[in-house]
Design a protein around this ligand. Sequence first.
Ligand SMILES: Cc1ncc(COP(=O)(O)O)c(C=O)c1O
Length: 392
Amino acid sequence: MSWTFGSALRARWGLDPNLRYLNHGTVGAPPLAVLEEQWRIQREIERQPARFLLRDLAPNGMPSGVRNVPHLREAVARVAAFLGARGEDMAFVDNATTGIYGLLRSIPLEPGDGLLVADQGYGGVNNGARYAARERGLALQTWTMPTDDPRPERLLDAFRAGLKPNTRLAVVDQIHSGTGLVLAVDAFAAICREHDVLLIVDAAHVPGCIEVDVPALGADFWVGNLHKWAWSPRSSAVLWCTPPRQRDIHPAVISWGLDQGFAEEYDLLGTRDPSPHLTAPFALALLAEAGDVMGHNRDLARAGAEHVAVHVGGALLGEPSQWASMVPVLLPAELAANPEEARLLKDCLLFEHHIEAQVTWLPQGACLRVAAQIYNELEDYEALADALRTRL
Ligand SMILES: Cc1ncc(COP(=O)(O)O)c(C=O)c1O
């Protein structure tokens, strides 16, 4: 039976009861039941740590494996099914940053080839692109996101305008970090194919936020976090690679699996705790049991954003097809007129009003990324609007 959504569900999370948590996606927040499953798996590992981690975990376990299907392959197949993909085309990585960075360093390119990122792409990923470009002699190129009016066609036109004759690889967010807007990455993939450009989709916020059939997007590489909206413990993410490209890529860290095949390369990267990855299938099952979480979050985030916009004189960015569980509200300049004031506003919400909410800075001004999870209620957004109004 599906759950009754609302603030009573906070009891299923470990969140501070005195805090209004309106930023679920930022680092994720797994339900307590998921953490208990993770602890159960950790206890199982500790019964025979060497056997679990070296023989049974990965296909390239150093001594001969004992299980028919190694633990990581079993878990990734279940996550892949949730994302419309085949387990053999997917591997666990620690987080979106690490997964994408390994791709940026290993996708075969020649010095002088262009690597295209968005000017407002995620800072950590763009830094990885900058470093990879520096190391490999690539030309780092940027396209300018029209966040003043980010309708789908304008985003595509801006991306097209950013492509240069030497562009060979691009990174595009499926859900843009600064605003929470959903980008039509299938259309970006079609443009890339036309121009002979490989595409990495940065889907850090996607699993559990929007429905997705990864292979159908037409991209070459796709990396999504499970620890944000898919309720999995930190750190857990997956990387998907189209079959013909799998032998070309390598993880950010090289270990025993070098040149042994895709799963072999990614599944055993030195000694680490695999419990976040192994818990992911349980987290996805719980998400399904809860009911229409994605639909609920989309509707609540929109209602919350509309409430805030009306009460503080802000404007929603984008259009309904681009909104999921995070909806951007451009705030009036009286609330924050520069990046430093935007940062102070975020601090003020947390430290004076006990509200955790994301405030980012766009060229147009401060952007409140209004997010919803099933433990939130409209009353949370009323409190957020009231808190903001005290600053007007
Ligand atoms: C678009 C995008 N890419 C990458 C990341 C980084 O995710 P992680 O810190 O899990 O690597 C984020 C995090 O919010 C993001 O929004």
